[in-house]
Design a protein around this ligand. Structure first.
Ligand code: CO
Length: 258
């Protein structure tokens, strides 16, 4: 049964070995991933593929809607091992647009998944139902909740004693919030990483974030902004009537549909 998967496995192993004869021998000796990926279980969002990384380069935990529960022994064990044994320095909470888990949280249904696992998202939605329901397009509303969920989970993970203790011990640890676009294969950063207790404590509350969203920024767009940043001081003189604003206005549009 499922022989075709074993066939694919053999083909993959052979290709890896052909490309790099020492690949599996090196991996068997140790893993030293510097990145921890906390993502959704969605089959379309696989950490290594999205990041273009080989086995051994990212330590992965996935669950439905990339939720951080402080009573979840699974995620707590992953964090402890990653921080104290692997000395990983970057924790990436990565959600994705069109997340089915987030959609279920907004559905008003009752089930173990909705009432328990997705409860933090359900509560955030209920609390701000008026503002979120004002987004007329249901897809856009779900996408907005996907972004908010990442900000929420960043705050929740930053409050865990494991992370707090690591910072107290002087460990370098950055918590990143990213969102992935299944429609274009691109990652976007949601705000800045959290790198210390002070940064965590100075964050605006998640309730405030509902009203003042961070605009997700893809690297493609960031490169463009940086490329044009040096032109900010540029002011067209009177002789150059052809010149308009040196900063392309389209860069400020929402990146999701780009
Ligand atoms: Co999902």
């Amino acid at each position: 049964m499922l022989d075709h998967l074993f066939d694919r496995n053999v083909a993959w192993s052979q290709k890896k070995t052909r490309d790099d004869p020492g690949f599996f021998r090196r991996l068997a000796e140790q893993q030293t991933p510097n990145y921890v990926w906390i993502g959704c279980s969605d089959s379309r969002v696989t950490a290594n593929d999205v990041l273009g990384l080989d086995p051994g380069e990212v330590f992965v935990h996935r669950n439905i809607a990339n939720v951080v529960h402080t009573s979840d022994m699974n995620i707590l064990s992953v964090l402890e091992y990653a921080i104290h044994t692997l000395n990983a320095e970057h924790i990436i909470i990565c959600g994705h647009y069109g997340c089915g888990g987030v959609e279920r949280a907004l559905s008003g249904e009752s089930s173990a998944l909705v009432d328990h696992w997705l409860q933090p998202i359900v509560m955030l939605y209920r609390q701000h139902k008026k503002v979120l329901d004002a987004i007329a397009d249901p897809e856009a509303r779900i996408d907005r909740m996907c972004e908010l969920n990442i900000e929420l989970q960043m705050r929740r993970i930053a409050m865990t004693p494991i992370i707090e203790q690591a910072w107290i011990q002087g460990k370098t640890l950055h918590i990143h919030g990213w969102i992935y676009g299944i429609h274009d294969g691109l990652l976007r950063a949601i705000g800045s990483p959290i790198s210390s207790q002070e940064e965590r404590d100075s964050l605006a509350s998640i309730d405030a974030r509902v009203h003042e969203p961070v605009e997700p920024v893809s690297m493609v767009r960031r490169h463009a902004i940086e490329a044009f940043a040096g032109l900010d001081a540029f002011e067209p003189n009177e002789g150059l009537e052809c010149c308009t604003s040196p900063v392309p206005l389209h860069l400020s549009s929402h990146p999701r549909r780009v």
